[in-house]
Design a protein around this ligand. Structure first.
Ligand code: NB4
Ligand code: NI
Length: 185
């Protein structure tokens, strides 16, 4: 089971490396990792389990964050109470093949399980993306995402390229953005 102990923190070079593309079929070890990453997200979103194991809540987790430099990330964006998740999958070799000009940022800024401090500021990303990725079975998917799930996937894809959320923050003017950009609650 993945806990906070398994998650590496800023300063570790793996977080700044370009992760290696996966090849199919995934190895048993890679399949196990995908399972464990998704299980971490589920556990972290369950208040009882999260408290018991001291897990910080997460909606995404990328393999480099557990010190595996591989292009794989799990995403679990919950839907409205009692409804299906807005997005749930482990994305392998993801590529943003097109995106809106319109930007969007979470009103609260972003946090990262690999960053143990608050870094305030808007992280302006693409509001809408077309994402190509493979699932763990090697099936190709091409999907359109907008708003919150699109932001989460962009945060995870950044990890696969050694980018951390605060790289996008204008530290002189952390909460300034273009008037066209969307603020997501
Ligand atoms: C990834 C996110 C940071 C910004 C937005 C948010 C949380 C993370 C990091 C975009 C992607 C993890 C991976 C949350 C959270 C809302 C939904 C459902 C019920 C609690 C949960 C809390 F926990 N970020 N944490 N940060 N990362 N929303 N929510 N809620 O997930 O570092 O690279 O359970
Ligand atoms: Ni992160």
């Amino acid at each position: 089971m993945i806990t906070m102990k398994n998650i590496i923190r800023e300063g570790n070079d793996t977080l700044r490396a370009e992760a290696k593309k996966a090849t199919f079929p995934l190895t048993d070890e890679q399949l196990q990792l995908a399972h464990d990453m998704m299980e971490f997200l589920e556990n972290s979103q369950d208040p009882k389990i999260a408290e018991k194991y001291h897990l910080r809540a997460g909606v995404g987790l990328a393999a480099p964050q557990v010190d595996v430099s591989l292009q794989m990330a799990s995403v679990l964006v919950p839907g409205p109470e009692g409804e299906a998740p807005l997005f749930k999958d482990t994305i392998v070799n993801p590529v943003i093949i097109s995106h809106s000009v319109q930007g969007a940022a979470l009103s609260e800024g972003e946090g990262c399980l690999s960053v143990d401090r608050d870094v305030p500021g808007y992280v302006v990303r693409h509001d809408r993306i077309t994402l190509r990725y493979y699932d763990i079975d090697g099936n190709q998917h091409k999907i359109r995402l907008k708003n919150y799930p699109a932001i989460v996937c962009q945060h995870e894809i950044d990890h696969l390229h050694g980018i951390l959320f605060y790289d996008h923050i204008d530290h002189e003017h952390p909460f300034t953005m273009e008037s066209e950009d969307l603020v997501i609650e």
